[in-house]
Design a protein around this ligand. Structure first.
Ligand code: TXA
Ligand code: MG
Length: 306
């Protein structure tokens, strides 16, 4: 049998068995594909770091399928966490809270906090339920590279190191979840993503801090990240003959992108994966509008071009 399977009762059951016995499974979520392991099994989680080539001090998000699953993971679930979970879960929002002793420190990269998210993708939820344990699950890319939003984007090295891949088709959101620290006040976004700052501020009825997090609170904030193999260069206007992403009519080697932030985010990684496959030296990307709704897209483009 191929490692890559469609979701069915049998393959979901198999995924659960693999995860409970310490293996790795690639799982579709609504944001990007993730590499899942039992979050309570330090040896299984260590395999994720090896498969990705990821530094040990960059913590993982723990994924749950029901709100009752947060209890054992955290020492303190404050009113803000409860409000945001109620409003945005299941969905692309990750909450950083104080971690309990049940969460191995390999998951939190040695921090006293843990990041938790309830994904919305039905296959992701079924896999978590089938495993019967919370799942540590980073994006299923090699460290610093582009995240996969389709199974065809998976790196050969990642494929080799996992036990099973569940194909769920293209991911709906297309960029990673928004990570927000709900321990420190004022609240701060550590990584913009699928839920916008405006949506969170509307739910909380107050503004979030707009100053960037310090490195100790957010160890995963590398300047370069989410990058194709080609050098990515931001430009005001894509000229004919330049390979890249445009808002205008696309010529050969170019891809026309939607002028709407959610639709753009949904297709961004796929577009970059497609262009990268042609092995260009440079991929040129037209700078999207500076409006706040484009924050996650700007963050990924800035990091990919660093
Ligand atoms: O959408 C997503 O969040 C995807 C899907 C698979 O769920 N997962 C994902 O995981 O993007 P990963 O590991 O690629 O990114 C997790 C981010 C990193 O920037 C990491 O530093 C941050 O979350 N993070 C995790 N735990 C943290 C903590 N305790 N404190 C601060 N940041 C944390
Ligand atoms: Mg990642």
């Amino acid at each position: 049998m191929s490692k890559i399977v469609q979701a069915s009762d049998a393959t979901l059951k198999l995924a659960g068995t693999i995860l409970r016995s310490g293996g790795l499974v690639v799982v579709p979520t609504e944001t990007v594909y993730g590499i899942a392991a039992n979050a309570l099994d330090a040896d299984a989680v260590a395999k994720i770091f090896a498969a990705k080539g990821r530094p040990a001090d960059n913590p993982l998000i723990v994924h749950i399928a029901a709100i009752d699953d947060v209890g054992p993971l955290t020492k303190h679930w404050n009113a803000t966490a409860a409000l945001l979970a109620d409003r945005f879960w299941p969905g692309p929002l990750t909450l950083v809270v104080d971690k309990s002793d049940a969460v191995p420190s390999v998951v939190s990269g040695g921090l006293e906090t843990v990041a938790i998210r309830m994904p919305e993708h039905p296959i992701a939820l079924e896999v978590i339920k089938s495993a019967g344990v919370p799942l540590a699950m980073p994006s299923a890319n090699r460290f610093m590279e582009l995240s996969p939003t389709r199974v065809e984007h998976l790196d050969a090295e990642v494929l080799e190191k996992v036990d099973l891949v569940i194909d769920g088709g293209p991911c709906r959101v297309g960029v990673e979840s928004t990570v927000i620290d709900v321990v420190d006040d004022p609240l701060r976004i550590l990584r913009p993503g699928g839920v916008t700052r405006a949506e969170i501020e509307a739910a909380l009825k107050r503004p979030l801090s707009s100053t960037p997090p310090n490195a100790r609170r957010s160890p995963g904030m590398y300047a370069r990240h989410y990058a194709p193999r080609a050098k990515l260069v931001l430009v005001d206007l894509l000229e004919p003959g330049m390979p890249g992403l445009t808002f205008d009519e696309a010529g050969p080697g170019q891809i026309r992108m939607p002028l709407e932030p959610r639709a753009y985010a949904a297709s961004l990684y796929h577009a970059l994966h497609q262009l990268d496959r042609e092995n260009p030296e440079v991929i040129f990307v037209e700078i999207p509008p500076m409006d706040a709704d484009w924050e996650a897209v700007h963050d990924r483009l800035r990091k990919a071009s660093a």
